[in-house]
Design a binder for this molecule. Structure first.
Ligand SMILES: Cc1cc2nc3c(=O)[nH]c(=O)nc-3n(C[C@H](O)[C@H](O)[C@H](O)COP(=O)(O)O)c2cc1C
Length: 338
């Protein structure tokens, strides 16, 4: 039997597939099915900074109106229905998820700035989260904000959360940083125990008839895995923190490539929305079959074997790849033209 056991954020996991943050985990029944299908841990859907700030603003306004009746004050409350869960509901769901399964449950805190809301990391710890995944989606839209300021904001946020809790914290990182290795090392210094590569962006689409800009959520494709493999392969062996890959994990091949690049675990969301939760079991069986055919005793024998530090020729990871790819394409074109 192939050994699938691994460690992530200091937690013992029984396999390489973790369920990524998605509304699928808002149901306890789904959480049980994820465990049955072979998920080794689950990251719950996110609690958002904006949601927490809105709740606390609503509470402040409500208290300052003191003498008004409860029914009246309800009219003033911001519409929290736009968000999936209030923080109390979130914490209760987290407690119930912990009780329902034996695999680790990670809470997800989603925000971009330090502030009062960060204290909810502590609430998540108290509610039983095994770890926290910090999703730090922040977009630079202000011309006066420099890259260095954005990175500093992220590092301060990570430090604030890691100081607040004893449980491990992983950072779900955006791909749009110039020097990922440098930032990763600084995140390690700020107390992060893991880096999740990468947050997906949901760029809005443009409707040219209605002249509207609309939010668009589309599921990932396996081709999205490539930049993640690339960066995991570059980072592997240069940090003392764990690497996870999220984005484009759909098949056994995707899982194997990610581990070979150096990831400790892989995460799935879109594939579960498309094929159902039981897809985890099918992918794990395919990974096992692939390894058995090649007489591996454990998945971890393959870990990092295609990372930048393991391969004899590092040029595919560097500028050499870029030049080779472009020049080989133009050569083919030239031959075809004659
Ligand atoms: C419907 C849906 C909802 C999601 N909600 C969250 C969320 O609340 N927090 C978060 O960090 N990521 C969220 N994600 C992103 C996923 O966790 C994951 O990182 C991303 O989809 C890439 O993985 P995939 O290729 O397996 O889908 C969501 C993804 C989907 C498809």
């Amino acid at each position: 039997m192939i050994d699938f056991s691994t460690q992530y954020l200091g937690l013992k996991l029984n396999g390489p597939i973790v369920v990524s943050s998605t509304p699928l985990s808002e149901s306890i029944d789904n959480i049980r099915r994820m465990e049955d299908a072979g998920a080794s841990a689950i990251v719950l859907t996110s609690l958002f900074e904006e949601q927490l700030e809105l709740e606390s603003k609503a509470l402040d306004e409500d208290l300052s109106r003191g003498t008004e009746s409860f029914a009246e004050s309800l009219d003033y409350l911001p519409d929290l229905n736009d968000y999936r869960m209030t923080h109390e509901v979130y914490l209760e769901h987290l407690r119930r998820a912990r009780e329902a399964v034996n695999i680790p449950i990670m809470a997800s805190l989603n925000g971009a700035t330090t502030g009062g809301w960060v204290r909810f990391a502590k609430d998540m710890e108290q509610a039983g989260a095994h770890a926290i995944e910090l999703n730090t989606y922040a977009l630079a839209t202000d011309r006066s904000q420099t890259s260095a300021e954005l990175e500093m904001q992220l590092l301060e946020l990570v430090a604030a959360v890691t100081v607040a809790v004893k449980i491990p914290v992983a950072v779900k990182l955006s791909q749009s940083f110039t020097s990922v290795p440098h930032l990763a090392a600084r995140l390690e210094n700020a107390g992060a125990r893991g880096i999740v590569l990468f947050n997906r962006f949901y760029q809005p689409d443009f409707d040219i008839e209605m002249l509207e800009v609309r939010p668009m959520l589309h599921f990932s494709k396996p081709s999205e895995l490539l930049p993640r493999l690339h960066w995991a392969a570059i980072l592997y062996g240069h940090l003392n923190i764990d690497l996870a890959i999220t984005g484009g994990i759909h098949s056994a091949e995707d899982v194997l490539k990610s581990i070979m690049a150096g990831a400790g675990i892989t995460m799935m969301a879109s594939a579960l929305h498309i094929h159902g939760i039981e897809h985890i079991g099918r992918v794990l069986a395919d990974v096992r079959y692939w390894l058995e055919k090649r007489e591996y005793a454990s998945l971890w024998e393959t870990r990092g074997c295609l990372s930048r530090r393991s391969v004899p020729d590092t040029s595919p990871f560097d500028r050499g790849n870029y030049i080779k790819t472009l020049s080989s394409y133009s050569l083919r074109q030239t031959v075809a033209a004659f």
